[in-house]
Write a protein that binds this ligand. Sequence first.
Ligand SMILES: O=C(O)CCC(=O)C(=O)O
Ligand SMILES: [Fe+2]
Length: 257
Amino acid sequence: MRDVAKKFFALPIEEKEKYARAVNESEGYGSDRIVSEKQVLDWLYRLTLKVFPEDKRRLNLWPRDPNDFRGTLDEFASKIKTVNNILFKAMARSLDLEENSFLNQFGDQAMMQARFNFYPPCSRPDLVFGVKPHTDRSGLTVLLQDGDVEGLQILVDSKWVRVPAIPYALVVNLGDQMQIMTNGIFKSPMHRVITNLEKMRISVAFFNEPDPEREIGAVDSLVDEHRPRLYRNVKNYGAINYECYQKGMVALDTVRI
Ligand SMILES: O=C(O)CCC(=O)C(=O)O
Ligand SMILES: [Fe+2]
């Protein structure tokens, strides 16, 4: 997977532009969609592709070059889906819930987006982030980091802690929608990516989200008089999270009761 990502980003600009993101869309190749005049751009290029539901794939945006890109993504994403389902069931059991409590909220039209991130070397790493501090919009993010260049940091007790690059490891990160569904028991951690003076970095993130048309909310048995409902039920939370991110707001605060 890393290999095809690297080959894609190494293509000439004209070739990558064939898959360019349209102005008001999030899928395709390019940099951030602009939603605010005050927006500070992240130091990266990304290719975003919807992988599931399968019938929503926009294959015209899936690179043909390298020629094993599509097959590799399809196979890797299917395996990630299997891992997700195991994790969702395990997380439900760990809270003494029926094992499909989260999966049912994701629905059979659950969405998975693959995001290929390419961070070029940056001459002023003190001035710009690869990705600004944020929490993920997803339920669960599975991240294949660069095999040797670090950059990801997580906020733990008000300190930024580096996430080591481990060649064959996947990083699993909970997103905001899981925090909503667990009524705040599982936390969606703040994280950021710093830039690097000399080295480029590549990562591939798989964002797993409930069907945006479905309303999600805290699992009933996680709400009681000791633990009142923290967040209102929401639909299409991904859009709320993106707008807030670009405006420097904390998305979960906007849906807090
Ligand atoms: O590149 C990384 O390691 C993480 C990227 C990330 O946090 C994101 O795309 O949401
Ligand atoms: Fe993230």
